[in-house]
Design a protein around this ligand. Structure first.
Ligand SMILES: NC(=O)c1ccc[n+]([C@@H]2O[C@H](COP(=O)([O-])OP(=O)(O)OC[C@H]3O[C@@H](n4cnc5c(N)ncnc54)[C@H](OP(=O)(O)O)[C@@H]3O)[C@@H](O)[C@H]2O)c1
Length: 263
């Protein structure tokens, strides 16, 4: 491909799932990587899967970012540049709105939305100075509609869409590209790792995820969207039809969702 060779790419949520698959795929393409998530041991495991690629492990809790500019300085002192930021980290939800503690709502907004905004604002001055760079935001088809048990997760992904679409327009006259990636069902532990209303881990896998697109296939499609500097890209299988169905046939959409949720 050549596009990613020697690019410095900061990837959040790199310790599992789509982020792990992205790290491996980008390493194969010759990128140098900065891997962030909370679990340092898992980041090290992923770094070991990245072959000869230069990797900086930068653990951080995105629910409580202490000093994003200091993290940017650390990357610049290791690599001298930041070409691409991929805001991939996320945590899903399995709880009714009424049963979700407000502190959990805040955490879901922090990890799924505010962290992406915060890191983006920290790297943008570097990219603006160079008049080049790319910001990638992982949204979801739940950025287009809401579903029971996902209220704050869906709200955060709607916020991702609104913020990054506006930012893309603000940067349209510059050399900086912004891409929103909206996956459907990808085979990862996102459902197992989802948070309940009291903040415990849900621990139960979802059949939709189990039957979903493999994470490495998803990663290849994300790389393609990045290379083509796509503004918006949906990635998944038949579930992507939910998006136009929700827009053009909402009564049928909600009938179908209730039917599917009853199994
Ligand atoms: N899988 C799907 O079907 C699907 C569909 C639509 C959208 N997405 C989106 O795709 C992205 C990746 O999800 P995935 O499916 O790969 O799920 P995953 O396997 O659960 O990975 C989530 C990643 O986010 C990190 N993370 C979670 N909370 C964090 C925190 N407080 N601070 C720092 N890092 C944190 C996790 O690392 P640590 O636990 O080590 O911190 C992990 O690396 C998410 O934004 C998700 O919303 C996924």
């Amino acid at each position: 491909m050549g596009y990613f060779v020697n690019k410095t790419i900061w990837l959040t949520g790199a310790s599992s799932g789509i982020g792990e698959a992205l790290a491996i795929a980008l390493a194969k393409e010759g990128a140098q990587l900065v891997l962030s998530a909370r679990r340092e041991d898992e980041l090290q495991r992923v770094a070991n899967l990245c072959g000869q690629a230069k990797v900086l492990i930068l653990p951080m809790d995105l629910a409580d970012i202490k000093d994003a500019p200091a993290a940017v300085d650390k990357i610049l002192s290791s690599f001298g540049r930041i070409d691409i930021l991929i805001n991939n980290a996320g945590v899903s939800q399995r709880s009714k709105a009424i049963e979700t503690e407000v502190s959990i709502d805040r955490m879901l907004m922090e990890v799924n939305f505010m962290s992406a905004l915060t890191l983006t604002k920290a790297v943008l001055p570097v990219m603006i100075k160079n008049n080049s760079g790319q910001i990638i935001a992982l949204s979801s088809i739940l950025g287009d509609f809401g579903l029971p048990l996902h209220s704050t997760y869906a709200a955060a992904k709607h916020a991702v869409n609104g913020f990054f679409e506006s930012l893309a327009e603000e940067l349209s006259d510059t050399g900086i590209g912004v891409s929103i990636i909206s996956p459907g069902f990808i085979k990862t532990n996102v459902a197992v790792n989802a948070i309940t209303g009291s903040g415990s881990r849900y621990t139960i896998d979802s059949p939709a995820q189990q039957k979903g697109m493999p994470a490495d296939v998803c990663a290849t499609k994300i790389l393609d969207a990045m290379m083509h500097r796509k503004r918006k890209k949906y990635i998944g299988r038949i579930e992507l039809l939910f998006v136009p169905m929700h827009q053009y046939a909402p009564r049928f959409f909600y009938w179908l969702m209730r039917k599917l949720s009853k199994g």
